[in-house]
Design a protein around this ligand. Structure first.
Ligand code: ADP
Length: 401
């Protein structure tokens, strides 16, 4: 079965094609992978395609996104990266959709009402849901009536109980949708399943904290395979300190900035989403590699940014442990979680009262899908390579008619 996955962001469109005879337990390599980056130049996007050991880079002639997606799909059936005789060979298409609101607790076949819901939720995900709709419609144009599946970032967190999913503001606002949705759900779910599988333990028996630490970052508390708490909320701004996002701050700061410094929705959005976090404190970058490099060179603000990052990370790990009332497995994933031994080491310190002991040698040895706790540790610590695209393909496999 040939499964096409589309993963649209606000400024990028990634896609890959899996060719499966059986459903493997390990994530396989896609036979074709492509990405469009709209940030390189304001006038055009750059398309990169990898297939058959070849890497192609194509400058697109305009910012017209549907045309760019059509051009990207064209590389499946023409030119050096051709892997399909024709588009009819594609059995099913899976889309990552950031916001599914309260409507969807699992992956869903895309029908006109599902598209309507994604559209209705645009105010809650203004930079993502329109891009997903563009992707869905581009597939309709190019591939006709192939089955399409939406895999929602919010779906895994629909099991979070009201005491955690509601905000303590007048109740009627929650009925109007101001509530905690949580994000990165596909990654949290995949990593919790993969960690249980690698440990050879039933998922139902485990209490896990998943630390998805990328440019955007969130934690989840997973009990018996279900999300019972998470750190992102109404938007992906809540929770941890991130690359350029502040994470949770006193909401009184917003009122103060509006009153005393004439901030408005646009300037607040830019301040809190783009100029804060590691970048805002260090004044250097939102990229963890740049922070740790500057810190090693003695830069005090980089050191402060790093220490704040760890302080807030540990605080929210504690909050997830409180929701779980215990901890069996601590999982690190995404760019920072998978690659920064220093972040893992610092985030794992101070939990000896829970019996958590990190094996420093294993932690430093570039682990991937491995347990890095000592043999005697009462809590397992895992590094899992997240595989959102593969998780989406797996959902397609299961839903395929
Ligand atoms: P996104 O949320 O955009 O998908 P990623 O999961 O790719 O982000 O994570 C990006 C982050 O991972 C950046 O902060 C980057 O510095 C960090 N990162 C990537 N490789 C390393 C590394 N070797 N050491 C430390 N941090 C790393």
């Amino acid at each position: 079965m040939k499964i096409l996955v589309l993963n649209a962001g606000s400024s990028s469109q990634k896609s890959c094609l899996y060719d499966l005879d059986i459903l493997p337990s390990h994530p396989p390599q896609p036979i074709w992978a492509a990405g469009i980056d709209w940030t390189v130049n304001p006038d055009y996007g750059v398309l990169t395609v990898k297939a058959k050991g070849i890497k192609q880079e194509i400058n697109l002639s305009s910012q017209d996104r549907p045309a760019a997606i059509a051009r990207m799909l064209d590389t499946l059936v023409t030119g050096e990266t051709k892997v399909l005789a024709n588009f009819a060979d594609i059995s099913i298409v899976g889309h990552r959709v950031v916001h599914g609101g309260t409507e969807y607790s699992q992956a869903t076949m895309i029908t006109p009402p599902v598209k309507e819901t994604i559209k209705k939720l645009i105010p809650l995900a203004p930079s993502h849901n329109p891009a997903h709709l563009e992707g869905i419609e581009a597939i309709e144009q190019v591939l006709g009536d192939v089955p399409q599946v939406a895999v929602f970032d919010t779906a895994f967190h629909r099991s979070i109980p009201p005491e955690s999913s509601l905000y303590p503001i007048p109740y009627q606002w929650s009925e109007l949708g101001i509530r905690r949705y949580g994000f990165h759900g596909t990654s949290h779910q995949y990593c919790s399943q993969r960690a249980a599988e690698l440990l050879g333990k039933p998922l139902e028996s485990l209490k896990m904290v998943i630390c998805h630490l990328g440019n955007g970052a969130s934690l989840s508390a997973v009990k018996g395979g279900k999300s019972i708490d998470t750190t992102m909320g109404f938007t992906p701004l809540e929770g941890l300190m991130m690359g350029t996002r502040s994470g949770s701050i006193d909401p009184g700061i917003l009122i103060y900035l509006e009153r005393e410094y004439q901030y408005n929705p646009d300037s607040l959005n830019s301040l809190l989403n783009k100029e804060s976090g590691l970048k805002g404190i260090s004044g250097i970058s939102g990229d963890m590699r740049a922070i740790t490099t500057a810190m090693a060179e003695g830069n005090e603000r980089a050191k402060l940014a790093f220490e704040m990052y760890i302080h807030r990370l540990k605080g929210l790990i504690g909050s997830m442990i409180a929701s779980l009332e215990g901890l069996d497995v601590l999982v690190f994933t995404a760019g920072i979680g998978e690659n920064s031994a220093l972040v893992r080491e610092k985030a794992s310190q101070g939990w000896s009262f829970l019996g958590l002991e990190l094996d420093l040698a294993k932690n430093a040895a570039r682990p991937r899908d491995e347990d890095i706790a000592t043999e005697t540790s009462k809590v397992r610590v895992m590094v899992i390579a997240t595989a959102e695209d593969w998780a989406i393909a797996r959902e397609c496999w299961h839903l395929s008619p």
